[in-house]
Design a protein around this ligand. Structure first.
Ligand SMILES: [Fe+2]
Length: 168
């Protein structure tokens, strides 16, 4: 059996998932927190803004590394109809819901039942979607990439990921 390689791109993308999970905990906490008014709401809003800034910058770059560097190298071996297709659909679903949060959060001011409900619903959905997505990538997709992408091609993937980091 071929030994599983530990490559820069799959390892660093996996490590980035750990930061994303920490921000999902913050998203969960602050979207639940908002709505009772006063100082607690101000804290929740500031926390949500911090989370959205992270998603805008770090998460978007992370998704781009997968979409531009890793997934195409896998698709060259297994085609475009396989697991990367599912991951790409989930990336779009995620972006759509994050865009909703980005519209919603700046409008949070006075306690408002409708906004509060929307925030909790979308926040919960993003947390669930992204946690499950990360689990699939960590448990299935990245180990698969380590196995199926030929070493020479994986070296190119690693290079692209480093370039994306450098060009930020
Ligand atoms: Fe990922």
């Amino acid at each position: 059996m071929r030994q599983i390689a530990h490559n820069y791109s799959t390892e660093s993308l996996g490590a980035e998932h750990q930061s994303v999970l920490q921000y999902l905990d913050k998203l969960e906490k602050h979207s639940q927190q908002w709505g009772s008014g006063g100082a607690s709401d101000a804290e929740a809003k500031a926390g949500l803004e911090e989370v959205l800034t992270f998603f805008d910058q770090e998460l978007e770059l992370h998704l781009k590394k997968e979409e531009v560097a890793l997934f195409p190298a896998m698709e060259a071996v297994i085609g475009t109809d396989g697991p990367t297709h599912v991951m790409l659909i989930e990336h779009e679903e995620l972006r759509k819901n994050l865009a909703q949060l980005k519209t919603l959060v700046p409008t949070l001011s006075e306690p408002d039942g409708v906004l509060s409900k929307q925030l909790k619903k979308t926040g919960d959905y993003v947390c669930r979607l992204l946690r499950e997505h990360i689990e699939k990538e960590d448990a299935v997709l990245f180990p698969m990439a380590d196995q199926i992408v030929p070493p020479a091609e994986m070296a190119k993937v690693d290079q692209k990921v480093r370039e994306l980091d450098a060009g930020r």
